[in-house]
Ligand binder design. Structure first.
Ligand code: HAM
Length: 421
């Protein structure tokens, strides 16, 4: 039988090798977690699979995510499920289902994990990508919107990113949006024949979506601006968010074209972009308020606000700014028996591991080959022994950085490794 082709990963997904995961990814996720917890957020895990209806109603039937990009399938009981394309709808569902709505308000929650969108793959756009997601559910204060933006901004700054810019907008609420929607219809309808195919379909379902169109920029430029149509309450909330951002010295511009690709937003909407990474895929982070979402999902009306950051893009932004994060070695100590000595090697490994992460070489390769592996691993210490030394329960402990070596009884290894400068 002919050998089959080697099986490769499916389209639009990728592996994150240990040098990347233990390097920039670890730092980005570590600092995300740290800043979330610094603001009193707690981690929440929600399922990767959710009922399709949750996302369809939450994110919105007319959005690209729901119409074109969902991994949607039937389970064995023929229920329709999706791989989550984002966290927010699931986290709001979990807020009620786990009783967080009965606890202190707002519930401040963060998550890190994969989301899935069947988009056309290109640089910065993957079908499985990773988000750092933060939500504050149960409090309508615009101060929370500003606090979340501050957290996102400071986290990105703390990573060393300089080429970032923040754009904010208010998309209004159930009171002022209908009139704005009508103003958009009045403006776009006479131009309909000249709009792109996508915009023509979007126009009647949700005219705000037309503002997202890249192809119709020349018409979008002159379209009515939401910021001129806000009701008093929305205007006051937006002013407060901006005042608080000024007070926190966070530079921002108002961009009335930011409507976001998801339908649940009310009032504040914001995005943080990176100047150096690719074209349309340069949004590192996006979010806003969604005071109507809980009710849309059939739960009691509850305000909420949050954001999600795309970790894949943040890692690539770091490298585009020349910020290199070298992964630490897999282990600090490598146990190197001369010849095949699995029992002694395992025992020595256990001693060393009391002090430092330890890699044991069980192979029967030559000592030279094993020492080359030690060098490649980047371990600082090698615990080397032959059969005679194993019988005496000692090793030659070599400091690979200094090139020094001394004999050491097994028992003394933990203390020696801990105390080494
Ligand atoms: P989003 O703007 O759809 O918002 O996604 C947030 C971030 O995820 C984007 O700014 C981008 O960095 C990243 N991202 C999105 N799609 C992809 C992709 N295909 N490949 C790589 N990265 C991607 C949300 O998801 C909302 N749930 C945010 C939110 C939370 N709003 C309120 N709470």
């Amino acid at each position: 039988m002919p050998a089959s082709q080697p099986i490769k990963a499916t389209r639009g997904v990728r592996d994150i090798p240990p040098s990347d995961w233990a390097g920039p990814w670890r730092i980005v996720i570590g600092q995300a977690t740290e800043s979330a917890e610094n603001y009193g957020n707690q981690a929440i895990e929600t399922p990767v699979i959710e009922p399709a209806e949750l996302v369809e109603r939450g994110v919105g039937e007319s959005t690209d995510i729901v119409t074109k990009e969902m991994f949607r399938f039937q389970d064995r009981g023929e229920r329709w499920l999706v791989l989550r394309p984002e966290f927010t709808a699931g986290v709001v569902r979990a807020y009620f289902e786990t009783g967080l709505n009965q606890g202190p308000q707002p519930a401040r929650l963060y998550s890190v994990g994969p989301s899935f969108r069947a988009e056309r793959p290109q640089a910065g756009r993957y079908r499985q990508f990773y988000q750092f997601n933060v939500e504050a559910i149960g409090d309508p204060s615009p101060a929370l919107d500003a606090e979340l933006i501050e957290m996102a901004w400071n986290w990105l700054g703390g990573l060393g990113l300089g080429e970032v810019s923040l754009q904010v907008n208010s998309v209004g609420d159930a009171k002022c949006r209908p009139a704005y929607r009508q103003a958009l219809l009045d403006y776009f309808r006479p131009l309909k024949a000249q709009l792109s195919h996508d915009s023509q379909t979007r126009l009647e379902v949700n005219p705000l979506r037309v503002l997202d169109s890249k192809e119709d920029q020349r018409f979008v430029e002159a379209a009515p601006r939401i910021t001129d149509h806000l009701c008093e309450d929305c205007k006051a909330a937006f002013d407060e968010v901006r005042r608080l951002l000024d007070q926190a010295q966070i530079p921002h511009t108002v961009n009335p074209r930011i409507v976001r690709g998801l339908d649940y937003y009310t009032r504040t909407a914001f995005e943080i972009h990176h100047q150096l990474i690719g074209g349309a895929q340069n949004a590192l982070c996006g979010g806003g308020r969604y005071d109507g979402l809980a009710e849309e999902l059939g739960w009691p009306a509850t305000p909420g606000v949050g954001f999600a950051a795309g970790l894949d893009r943040i890692v690539s932004a770091l490298s585009s700014e020349g910020i290199e994060v070298i992964a630490p070695p897999a282990a600090e100590v490598i146990v190197v028996p001369d010849g095949y000595q699995p029992e002694a090697a395992a025992v020595v490994g256990r001693f060393c591991r009391q002090a430092l992460p330890t890699w044991v070489d069980y192979s029967d390769r030559s000592l030279r080959a094993k020492m080359r592996t030690a060098g490649k691993l980047g371990a600082r210490w090698a615990a080397i022994f032959n059969a005679d030394e194993a019988a005496r329960q000692v090793v030659q402990l070599r400091d690979l950085n200094a090139g020094e070596q001394r004999e050491m009884p097994w028992d003394d290894l933990p203390a020696a490794l801990v105390q080494a400068p």
